[in-house]
Design a protein around this ligand. Sequence first.
Ligand code: CMC
Length: 428
Amino acid sequence: MADKQAELTVGGENFDFPTLKGSCGPDVIDIRKLYGKTDRFTFDPGYKSTASCESALTFIDGQEGVLLHRGYPIGQLAENSSFMEVAYLLLNGELPSQDEYADFTNTITYHTMLHDQMRQFYQGFRRDAHPMAIMCGVVGALSSFYHDSTDISDPEHRKISSHRLIAKMPTIAAWAYKYAVGQPFMQPDNSLSYTGNFLRMTFGVPAEEYEVVPAVEKAMDRIFILHADHEQNASTSTVRLAGSSGANPFACISAGIACLWGPAHGGANEAALNMLREIGTPDRIPHYIERAKDKNDPFRLMGFGHRVYKNYDPRATVMQKTVREVFDALKVNDPVFETALKLEEMALNDPYFQEKKLFPNVDFYSGVILSAIGFPTTMFTALFALARTVGWVAQWNEMISDPGQVIGRPRQLYTGPTQRDYVPLDKR
Ligand code: CMC
């Protein structure tokens, strides 16, 4: 909604730009006509002050530590909802009725199998391939199997592709794990929940029955909820940018997985647990805190700080509680949790972290839980990708359905050589 005007003076001349108001959060200055009017671009590497799109999915108030999906606080969803319900909510805008919920879970359940030829893809990867390398490749390859649903202008095609992606991701991730440990791939079992099925495909073997531990299933489902969407983060923006050219959704989600892999984004939970294990015992924490504060040392406290949250990440609060539940259910007592709690306490009392508003983020505790459940660190980011597929798909759908959607094409501040004439090789 256009509200008041923002004034900008360029070269002594005044220009007016409309200010748009969202339902919450800061107003935005609509600069779409800036270049045409002023012959100037804006400069915002890292997009720290740029709203790249309009979206009705997820809202974050980083100062207050608030995260809402379609208006619902993440704490309420994590406590009372299920990952399938959150997936429905993100995709459709409202919580499902009982019938809608049953229909949706049924549809997802019946899309969990992978085409049998997909096995060949797995055999092509090195035995020690990182699961994220496998995920990038296999998810991208889905577009070569589902030609029947890649017409992105057809809402029905978009819906089928979205369901396929959400449904097949647990199978793809579980098989990436199975391939690394040299165990047979497990086929999905339609009698299980989305999350129970994933646990069975990951940890079960054909030689015996696998019993899903309800507390672990609940914790895993909650972890999926906590990772389902997070507005215009790097990987989601990657999916949107890839999709803005009209690329098919499987290719776009594969691009999102590639972006998520980096240690500043989805790779941080792996890095956080590695860091906690390296620290080892609470007496070594001060040394690592000093290193994190030292500008000449590239070391950062992994799982600390966030581009948007300048307060406690609300997902970290739920994560910390979930660690205790999983430890109790599995009778685990990993000293790494004590180290994490102590590190958090010491960092939060340190003026450096206080002044820079650096708090634990979702990744600080998630690795501790995932390790207790039995996942190797290399699988952590793959689990994040599995859950975030819901958000990526919902955001991609929102973008494609927008009649005003155009290809994303940032501009630049060019600092290279000005025009010059080519010099033949024998004259150089
Ligand atoms: N440890 C020590 N110092 C830090 C940390 C940290 N974890 N994070 C930020 N800082 C400092 C940084 O050195 C800088 O100091 P100065 O102003 O003196 O140069 C200041 O705080 C601001 O940092 P920034 O890198 O400009 O902040 P950003 O908003 O661009 O970066 C971040 C956010 C997440 C990349 C960063 O906090 C970080 O690298 N954290 C560790 C990695 C991590 O946990 N990532 C997971 C993010 S949450 C998962 C997700 O949503 O994807």
